[in-house]
Design a protein around this ligand. Sequence first.
Ligand SMILES: [Zn+2]
Length: 336
Amino acid sequence: MSETAPFPAAFARRLPKAELHVHLEGSVGPATLLALAEKHGVVPPAYDEAGIVDWLRTDSFPGFLERYFFICRLLRDPDDFRRVAYDYLASAHDQGAVHVEFHVSSSYHIVEQVADWASILSGIVAGCDEAENALGVSSLLIPDLSPHLGAEAAHRALDSVLTNIDNRTVAIGMGGPADTWRIDDYGPCYDRARASGLRAVSHAGEHGPAWEVRHAIEVFGAERIQHGIGAMQDPEVVKMLVDEGIACDVCPGSNVALGAVSSMAEHPLAAMLDAGITVTLGSDDPPLMATNLLAEYEHAWNLASLDEDGLRQLAHNSLVESFAPVELVEAWLSDD
Ligand SMILES: [Zn+2]
């Protein structure tokens, strides 16, 4: 298959697939952003959808964080969270997703906004239930801790997460720059989560180097890595991912949008696949990255000169690597 073969969009859409790397707060689209701003009396960054689309796009990590946290601050009551969860699940369902694992910035809401996690969770779960009943799309939640607040704050956020574990909360994650990982010890956060029955994932090796991926595996016990592209700088870390069967939930559109790679042509996705790393595709924060899940499959198609079997394998990986119950995974696999 040549690199210029047209992307088989209808085929890719039909593939049963899971999305394991998307942030609930980063999934909010322009129409919902405007509606939430009006509801809460907040001056929006622009007054029509086209203006919001322009505002959402940024090529810097600080610019991204500014927009991301603006959106976070618009999510105030349980119905806001219900709405954005349902909206995104409907969008993912339209793209052929049968299962979504939402990262939720729990430490931002709990520690920085001093919001009630039980109340937030009730809203998200209501949106997930609504989407499951109406569309048949499955979903689970991964509360993320942010290392910029320090380990003590991460433990406080975790207190709320662990006292409110429900049947949708499946894992904890770590999101944000790794600057403090070697100063503060977040390993005990993961130990506490594991003792409460939660699984473990972590962002690592997005803008940062391979040691972050090693640290996430060795110290946090991460079972999946979000991004992980930095692992390619160290063959030993690549080998660790391959030997331990740890998947990377990769988001090429996001990596280009935020400058983790200098251009799409520089993205290491093909090298990751060639090295034997299990890759799943995610959209990260789709409106902020001008992407969606199917666009990520198209990026992979072009980057790795895939054929239809290659697309099928990526969709298959996403189902197998998900934290969904095994009977659901087997049912989806029988359809792929
Ligand atoms: Zn992410």
